[in-house]
Design a protein around this ligand. Sequence first.
Ligand code: IPE
Ligand code: IPE
Ligand code: MG
Length: 254
Amino acid sequence: MNNPCDLNMNFKEQIQKNRIPRHIAIIMDGNGRWAKRQGLARMYGHRQGVETVHTITEAAAALGVEYLTLYAFSTENWNRPKEEVDALMTLLVDTIAKETPTLMKNNVRLSTIGDLSRLPENTQRKFKDCISETSQNTGLNLVIALSYSARWEIIQATRNIASALQRGEILLEDINEEVLSSYMTTAQMPDPDLLIRTSGELRISNFLLWQLAYSELYFTDCLWPEFTEEEFYRAIVDYQHRERRFGKTSEQIH
Ligand code: IPE
Ligand code: IPE
Ligand code: MG
């Protein structure tokens, strides 16, 4: 079988430095299949996936990407077997402890989006500590989507807008795209320019539905634990060859 991740090309050299996507979002998928393929338990795949997170975060920081949003655990993932959910929560705690020095070294600022109140106390605390420790960093913004789903986010935004309306803080006619965006968990961030999904699945799985309206989508068969820096650069080169028209004609763009 051909390995979709075996690459000899040097994509890094092909990247146009003045057109780096400001915001890259990634659906990190395929950990379980990667482990299964070599007869290992799913958790081995998740552990190997953490190594990829490390590699890609450093690569994004070095390229000057402003925002990297990683889908780590969805609202729907709470429905997985309890053993897997528990093991993932432990892995998150261990990873944060281990990776904080790397974030500091690379000037990376951590934040999260999602319903963190559903996470175990110690996981929440670890994230809070790392967020505050990295808060003065000025390089890449690393955003981890945890216990996140776009429909959950849209419901929260709708509730908050309705209650602001009830309190008379905003008027019905004031509600527009900008206002709705400001009620999303991504309020301070530009929309993703590029969305990458690994593992060959061609779906969005409840990720950033509002924000992805005009993002360029990139799908690869490569599984997340085997996704390499070169694969990441390849996605960026592919993105740089697209024409983003935002509804206009090609002639209007040029
Ligand atoms: C992605 O890998 C990680 C999480 C969703 C937590 P999966 O665990 O979904 O791996 P596959 O899709 O079963 O291979
Ligand atoms: C999407 O992966 C969520 C994350 C990567 C965290 P899933 O593996 O849960 O997606 P579906 O359910 O197969 O679409
Ligand atoms: Mg999956």
